[in-house]
Ligand binder design. Structure first.
Ligand SMILES: Nc1nc2c(ncn2[C@@H]2O[C@H](COP(=O)(O)OP(=O)(O)OP(=O)(O)O)[C@@H](O)[C@H]2O)c(=O)[nH]1
Ligand SMILES: [Mg+2]
Length: 423
């Protein structure tokens, strides 16, 4: 709603019948029809009909394109409800698509992610899973698991007739599978970082020029800059689109020992942000330098960090990352370096087809890895095949949570309820 054109969609076995009640009287709706028509609410536009199973939901569907005014859309919806339709729940069209077996759960989740994408890269990453990249990776894991399970089951059931099983080989197969899962977690979460946006936390001593750097990157006066040390007290969060990548920058309160209550609180927030960030830009005033204690503080955070020498217009240097937030010198190099960090050249090349792993998938994959660990442990301890099988079946059922095969209804409902209306 609110756009020039709105789309109203009816899906289900009675869709054509119901749709026929709101179009021109002498227009009979047949499968695959596109007609320009007047509507019973006084508007006019196109009507499209498609029939099961080759539709978005997998059911008969009628779509109306009409003027995007709230009044037209609402009266159309009222007329359809009067004819027997009901309002769709958020995500219900995609839910039906999933329930009708057109897509799996990871693809359905990616539909919501596609809709929510703000930048080009976010959309591309969402599209990978929508097109089935994670489904495919999960299927490969499931197939390998099934392969091992089948061999073991055969030996449990008819052990007398078969040659003795080489348990070393089973152990190797489980280990290979474990690294396959680790790789999926690693590459999938780095793709996810692109989806969620990369969080860059600008930290450093008071007066180092953190707020000036934020403004220089954003090319606007977003954060207050002053020669008074301790200017920024609360943190400032600002998102930007850097060559299609979503970046969230945080300007923080300068780090120092402070007796001021508000400032101390700001510093505690900075420490929290450092923990939540993907990358720390530690800015220091090049006329002052950086101390060993500051480096140690950064190392102890266990986060990726870059030290950035600022105010190089006052005292120049050629080593490390150096810039002047005031003159803008070195800013474009810093942006280029950030892009390189997010997506190294090689990753650009492999971009097509790599799945991303959201938090839900990641938690499942960790469980799957744990089950594989216990299966491997059972093999190594020479425990009965039944025990190995128990853990492998557990791993298989975990994999099914990604594709939705074994996902309980409450979780499905929760996932679809996060969708926007009409999708
Ligand atoms: N010459 C010069 N001055 C700079 C540069 N960057 C910042 N400044 C000055 O340094 C002072 C502090 O800058 P801010 O950006 O407010 O520093 P900050 O790190 O945000 O400081 P707090 O918010 O107090 O922690 C201001 O007077 C800026 O104009 C620079 O590259 N060159
Ligand atoms: Mg500041």
């Amino acid at each position: 709603m609110g756009g020039a054109v709105a789309l109203v969609r009816v899906s289900g076995p009675n869709a054509l019948e119901i749709g026929a009640t709101v179009v021109r009287a002498n227009l009979s709706l047949s499968p695959g029809q596109v007609s320009f028509t007047s509507f019973s609410n006084g508007d006019e536009g196109y009507v499209f009909t498609t029939v099961a199973p080759k539709t978005y939901t997998g059911e008969d569907t009628v779509e109306f394109s009409l003027h995007g005014s709230e009044a037209s859309v609402q009266s159309m919806i009222d007329a359809l409800i009067a004819a027997g339709a009901r309002l769709a729940r958020p995500g219900e069209f995609t839910e039906r698509r999933f329930l009708n077996g057109k897509i799996d759960l990871s693809q359905a989740e990616a539909v919501a992610d596609s809709v929510e994408s703000e930048t080009k890269r976010q959309f591309e990453v969402a599209s990978q899973n929508r097109q089935g990249a994670l489904s495919k990776a999960t299927k490969e894991i499931e197939n390998s698991l099934l392969g091992i399970i089948t061999i073991l089951e055969a030996h449990v059931d008819f052990s007398e007739d078969l040659e003795e099983l080489d348990m070393d080989e089973i152990g190797v197969a489980i280990s290979t599978l474990t690294s396959q899962v680790s790789n999926l977690i690693k590459s999938g979460t780095s793709q996810a970082r692109i989806r969620q946006g990369v969080r860059v936390v600008i930290a450093g001593r008071p007066n180092a020029g953190k707020s000036s750097l934020l403004n220089a990157i954003l090319e606007k006066e977003r954060s207050i800059v002053s020669s008074h040390a301790g200017t920024t007290r609360d943190y400032i969060e600002e998102a930007l689109d850097l060559s299609g990548y979503k970046i969230v920058l945080y300007d923080t309160a300068g780090l120092r020992d402070s007796n001021d209550e508000v400032e101390s609180f700001g510093i505690a927030l900075t420490n929290d942000l450092i923990q939540k960030g993907d990358l720390i830009w530690y800015v220091y005033d090049n006329t002052v330098g950086i101390s060993q204690a500051e480096i140690e503080y950064l190392q102890e955070s266990h986060k990726a960090f870059w030290t950035i020498a600022n105010k190089c217009d006052l005292s120049s240097t050629d080593s490390g990352i150096h810039l002047s937030a005031k003159t803008g010198e070195g800013i474009s190099e810093l942006k280029a370096r950030l892009l390189q960090w997010i997506a190294p050249e090689t990753e650009f090349a492999q971009f097509g087809g790599s799945p991303y792993v959201n938090q839900r998938h990641e938690a499942i994959l960790f469980q799957l890895q744990t089950a594989l660990f216990w299966a491997n442990q059972a093999v190594e301890l020479g425990q009965p095949n039944d025990i190995v099988l128990l853990h492998l079946r557990e791993a298989l059922s975990e994999a099914g949570l990604i594709t939705g095969e074994t996902t309980p209804d409450e979780i499905l409902n929760e996932i679809f309820s996060r969708f926007c209306l009409g999708k």
